[in-house]
Write a new protein. Structure first.
Length: 368
């Protein structure tokens, strides 16, 4: 019979041999590089579980483009995009309303210039007065305009949207409804999808974590991803741009956006105008002439447009027509600052709502 030390020695040798065999086997079968683990998730907000062949093909082409053009890891993108689906609800929301109704400025305005937003705007202005004053000093954009935009967009951060941005943008890039300007709109949203991935990589965030509107807009000011990369600023000085959690970054970013789109320091936005419909000269040459102030007051006088106040010399204007259903249209002369706001949203109604909400908030603050 062997002594106890001898037995212990044999057991030790046996264990070493087992470890060596297992180690060799593991080494032979270990992957050369890690393989992404794809954890599937349920579609969100009405996404289809079965995407069309066309959607899948466009998705694959986009992944190949991002890998070839921007150096993304193709396997990782395929993993992420296996969880991205076409969203029926988004497709329904981007379709124009079926019923044909008269445009109604008063009804549109009432949705935004109302007590809840006015009071919330006053509280927002009071809380972030320092940041708003700094933005006005740095970019020339008045606090009331910044307050108006953030109030119209999200009621001061209360409603920033809960759609998964990648689902939204993939739907609109690869499966846009078959309606007017479909091709151009698909190209726009495909670019925004590309911008989303670039923004996420630069910011060190998972793009699948982004939530926003049914059009893919993000954060307090509802910037599209491309606008975040071009115009958003780190206004609170913490070393990162965060439009989701930093109202101060939102304030500076809105001001920078407007400044980059032609905002003029110390300039008005609109002047009330009178139109003599019986003068015989058509207004049509001055209606819907794009997002720019192009006409002098002398030009507009030929169509019997006038104002009851002194206007800046050599200023250019655009004629703004705010239709009121069956009631008379309201006319204004928009300056370059008015049209800077329309670059945020291509709508005269939108720009006037921003201006009027900002004025209402300012008046409410001054009345207390």
């Amino acid at each position: 019979m062997k002594s106890f030390p001898a037995v212990r020695h044999l057991v030790f040798l046996f264990i070493l041999s087992v470890i060596a065999v297992v180690g060799n086997a593991t080494a032979q079968h270990a992957p050369i590089e890690p393989v992404p683990v794809c954890v599937t998730s349920l579609p969100l907000n009405g996404a289809n579980e079965l995407d069309s062949t066309s959607f899948l093909e466009k998705k694959a082409e986009f992944i190949a483009h991002m890998a070839a053009t921007h150096g993304f890891n193709k396997a990782e993108l395929e993993c992420s995009f296996s969880q991205i689906h076409s969203n029926d609800r988004v497709s329904r929301l981007v379709r124009p309303a079926q019923s044909i109704r008269f445009k109604n400025w008063k009804a549109y305005r009432a949705r935004f210039v109302e007590p809840i937003r006015v009071k919330a705007g006053a509280a927002f202005w009071e809380k972030y007065e320092t940041a708003l004053a700094l933005a006005e000093k740095q970019y020339g954009v008045p606090a009331e305009i910044i307050v108006g935009i953030i109030g119209v967009e999200t009621i001061y951060g209360r409603n920033t949207g809960n759609f998964r941005v990648l689902d939204v943008l993939a739907t609109l890039a690869f499966d846009y409804p078959d309606i007017l300007k479909r091709k151009a709109r698909m190209m726009f949203f495909r670019n925004e999808l590309e911008q989303t991935l670039l923004y996420a990589r630069e910011s060190g965030i998972d793009p699948r974590s982004l939530r926003g509107s049914y059009a893919g807009a993000v954060g307090w000011p509802q910037f599209m991803p491309g606008s975040i990369r071009r115009y958003a600023v780190d206004f609170d000085g913490d070393g990162k741009i965060d439009l989701i959690n930093s109202p101060v970054d939102a304030i500076g970013s809105v001001a920078n956006f407007l400044a980059e789109h032609g905002w003029k320091r110390g300039y008005a936005t609109v002047f009330p105008a009178n139109v003599d419909s019986g003068c015989g000269n058509p207004l049509s040459p001055y209606i819907n002439q794009g997002l720019a102030a192009k006409n002098t007051l002398d030009d507009l006088k030929t169509a019997c447009v006038s104002v009851n106040m002194q206007l800046p010399e050599k200023a250019l204007f655009g004629l703004v027509d705010l239709q009121n259903g069956l009631r008379p249209t309201e006319y204004w002369l928009g300056t370059e600052n008015f049209f800077a706001i329309t670059h945020y949203n291509r709508s005269y109604f939108y720009a006037m709502s921003v201006i009027d909400l900002g004025r209402a908030v300012r008046a409410f603050r001054n009345s207390r």
